[in-house]
Design a protein around this ligand. Structure first.
Ligand SMILES: NC(=O)c1ccc[n+]([C@@H]2O[C@H](COP(=O)([O-])OP(=O)(O)OC[C@H]3O[C@@H](n4cnc5c(N)ncnc54)[C@H](OP(=O)(O)O)[C@@H]3O)[C@@H](O)[C@H]2O)c1
Length: 333
């Protein structure tokens, strides 16, 4: 293995604001700590939380790098002490990281690394961790979605949404989604959604009621929050679960809580980034045994809208505010 350089190129946030605050910089190559590997990054995913960090609304947790980027793929080029899981130098991995992905090198807890699925290149592999960890833990752990149940996924054409559609279908659920245009709805149906609701022209709660003959769905995966609270509760079946993962429509909403009691609903939610390595390791282990075989077999696959080089991170952030379907990716030369 070639000797590691002292310094690397990375993208830093020079001040909170629009995409143009993302600037290339030179930083020391990070050193892997106990239980960590050092990855030569080949590709990195761009996610909405990166945008929120850039805007100043989602600061990195204590101890996390200030460089954005929550998911990477590349080769292991360094091992910290006490690395478990059998990883060795030269292995290809994709990993969920707490930050620092927009860079040539990034450390990752070994327990948050997963193998590159069969026949995947680095870009496709890097498109997996953030949405697969998020959807798995929220839809299947917190939301307890079961085969034969139904789910409503908001933002069906987003990175999270395209993953949620495929995973929920693969595990035997009926899937309804919302999206903001006819074209985006069509993309969701092509991915497997049973019905896509254009929330700009249709009342999603009324459509869900019709589709389920008044019963409602078992799970709602929500990224809108306050603005959809009442309609989400109205869309749930008896014993239904509302799982909130983002607040694009604000943190506050008004709803009739009698519905929660009478219909025995659960309202829950989670953020992934601040959770402990042990908790993320548990999610990684479930993904490896339950979901990686589906990726290896080609049953499900990440949806990639576009791929840009690392030095065009600002353009990638402009693109995430556009009408992308699925993921926006950066390659690291
Ligand atoms: N809690 C966690 O751990 C966690 C982890 C990762 C991501 N997230 C959150 O999950 C969300 C999706 O992430 P992403 O990276 O996949 O972002 P993204 O691709 O930018 O997705 C945002 C989506 O929100 C949809 N949307 C906006 N307003 C809507 C409305 N009123 N009704 C229905 N859909 C609406 C948009 O759909 P249209 O364009 O079709 O309108 C868009 O597809 C982000 O808010 C992100 O912060 C949370």
């Amino acid at each position: 293995m070639a000797a590691l350089p002292e310094m690397m190129t990375a993208i830093e946030i020079v001040g909170h604001g629009g995409p143009d605050v993302l600037k290339p910089t030179r930083r020391p190559v990070p050193k892997p700590g106990p239980g960590e590997v050092l990855v030569r990054v080949r590709a990195c995913g761009v996610n909405r939380p990166d945008v929120q960090q850039r805007l100043g609304g989602y600061p990195p947790p204590p101890g996390a790098p200030d460089i954005p980027g929550l998911e990477i793929a590349g080769e292991i080029v360094g091992l910290g002490p006490e690395v478990e899981g059998g990883w060795k130098l030269g292995d290809g991995v994709c990993a969920l990281v707490i930050g620092g992905g927009y860079a040539e090198y990034c450390t990752a807890p070994a327990a948050q690394c997963l193998p590159i699925p069969r026949s995947y290149d680095m870009v496709r592999a890097a498109a997996l961790p953030e949405t697969f960890f998020t959807v798995w833990t929220n839809v299947f752990d917190r939301g307890r979605l079961q085969p034969g149940e139904s789910i409503l996924v908001h933002g069906g054409a987003s990175g999270i949404g395209t993953t949620a559609i495929q995973l929920a279908k693969a595990f035997g659920a009926t899937v309804y989604v919302t999206a903001g245009s006819a074209e985006r709805c069509a993309a969701c149906v092509k991915l497997g959604a049973d019905r896509a609701i254009n929330y700009k022209t249709e009342d999603f709660a009324a459509v869900v009621k019709d589709l389920t003959q008044g019963r409602g769905v078992d799970v709602v995966l929500d990224m809108i929050g306050g603005a959809y609270l009442a309609q989400n509760l109205n869309s749930l079946a008896l014993e239904g679960r509302l799982v909130i993962i983002a607040l694009l429509g604000g943190p506050k909403g008004e709803a009739d809580l009698a519905r929660v009691m009478v219909r025995r609903l659960t309202v829950t939610g989670a953020t992934l980034r601040p959770r402990t390595v042990a908790q993320k390791a548990e999610i990684a282990a479930s993904l490896r045994s339950r979901v990686w075989p589906l990726l290896d077999a080609g049953t499900i696959a990440p949806v990639i809208d576009r791929v840009l080089p690392l030095d065009q991170a600002a353009a990638a952030h402009h693109a995430i505010d556009g009408d992308h379907i699925g993921k926006i990716m950066l390659t690291v030369p």
